[in-house]
Design a protein around this ligand. Structure first.
Ligand SMILES: *Cc1c(COP(=O)(O)O)cnc(C)c1O
Length: 392
């Protein structure tokens, strides 16, 4: 007989996978056991700590390769990568961009930085990503094609782009979403911030659509301290991305000419050095994280009323964050479990507050968000660091 879910029973199972420690256990912490120190030291020894230096281009190539792209452009963070991707995809002032309501705030903010409007869409429970079938129905109801451009009939604004996000590393339904993008003339940009190393139908995510934005923040699977990469297969756009993120400076031996309002979004060499060393360990990290996810799944199997989220057969998560999902939406139980675990020093976290709930996004267009609202009261992230997967 499986035991029914209770905060105490769930804590016991968590403790059997991740034993208690003297200090608190974060949700996700980085691991530096490769050549990080050597590479960072060489930046300092050689004086190339800033925006010039060989680690930046090495990191760009390594990331592009890891996600099956031709080009990578390193920037200061994942939000900047999303911002520039949207701009180069043609997102203009007053446009709408379709994004999941269940995401980190950066997805919506990047749209706002373009003076565009996030249009919140619902996710599906089987992937935790955007639901292509329901998105298509929603567009049938509210949108029309005018001269090859998708227009929101209710707001009169152009709907320019579609930004799927791979939640906690779990690939969204990319085939379905690509079809929606094609049918409605939308540019597809992947928010792949959480999903380096994840695979969809055997191929890496981060290689779909015009651009993919990756993050190398300190809490992601691979870190540069802070950082991001714009990945694309389009050589012309890759050049523009580099230009726009390096203050739009016109190349010249000594003159300072800039041909538009660019951004100072370059990744410093010292951060890229850290990233190159981290990427060398990606396969090991993925293996350890998969082991951790399997151990959690096994432990929680004997508990009814909740389960560890697992991918569809065609998808393979990088297991960035492990999610426990309650069978029924129950904020009281969710909150009691969060309180109990955090009191015991475990960095257990709820999913993000849904994006449409934020004050600045209250008056934005949206579809019915009932699945996201239901999941918000059911998702709990468990400590997911690589070292717990290695059992050490
Ligand atoms: C981390 C993250 C980002 C942004 O990355 P930063 O490097 O923190 O700016 C964007 N989208 C999602 C879904 C993320 O998890």
């Amino acid at each position: 007989m499986p035991e029914p879910f209770s905060p105490l029973q769930a804590l016991k199972r968590l403790q059997s996978v991740v034993p208690p420690e003297a200090g608190s256990i974060p949700l996700h912490e980085p691991l530096f056991q490769g050549r990080e120190w050597d590479y960072v030291k060489s930046c300092i020894d050689e004086g190339w700590v800033s925006s010039v230096g060989s680690f930046v281009s090495r990191f760009e190539q390594d990331v592009a390769k890891a996600c099956g792209r031709t080009f990578g452009i390193a920037v200061v963070n994942g939000t900047a990568a999303l911002h520039v991707s949207l701009l180069l995809a043609g997102v203009e002032m007053g446009d709408e961009v379709l994004i999941p309501a269940l995401s980190f705030i950066a997805t919506a903010n990047a749209v706002s930085y373009c003076n565009a409007v996030p249009h919140f869409c619902d996710v599906e429970e089987r992937t935790l990503g955007l639901d292509p079938a329901r998105l298509d129905e929603h567009l049938e109801q509210i949108a029309a094609m005018r001269d090859g451009v998708c227009v929101n009939r209710q707001t009169g604004r152009v709907i320019r782009a579609l930004v799927p996000m791979h939640c906690f590393g779990h690939p969204a339904d990319l085939d379905g979403l690509s079809r929606v993008a094609d049918n409605w003339g939308l540019v597809l940009i992947e928010d792949a911030a959480e999903s380096l190393g994840s695979r969809y139908k055997g191929r890496p995510v981060g290689r779909h659509g015009l651009f993919s934005a990756l993050s190398f923040n300190g809490n992601k699977i691979v870190t540069t301290g802070g950082g991001g990469v714009i990945a694309t297969d389009d050589e012309e756009l890759a050049g523009q991305a580099k230009h726009l993120t390096t203050t739009a400076k016109v190349p010249h031996a000594y003159r300072f000419d800039h041909d538009r309002t660019g951004f100072n979004y370059r990744m410093p060499n010292i951060n890229a050095a850290l990233g190159v060393a981290q990427l060398e360990q990606l396969e090991d990290f993925l293996t350890a994280k998969r082991q951790l996810a399997d151990r959690y799944a096994e432990m929680f199997h004997g508990l009814s009323g909740a389960r560890i989220f697992t991918d569809m057969p065609e998808a393979q998560s990088n297991c960035w964050l492990i999610a426990l999902i309650l069978d029924e939406a129950d904020m009281d139980t969710r909150n009691a479990f969060l309180e109990l675990c955090n009191g015991e020093g475990y960095g257990v976290r709820p999913v993000w507050t849904l994006l449409h709930r934020h004050e600045m996004y209250r008056n934005t267009p949206r579809m019915d968000l009932s699945v996201s609202i239901d999941l918000e009261a059911r998702i709990i992230n468990l400590p997911s660091s690589v070292r717990h997967g290695r059992g050490g």
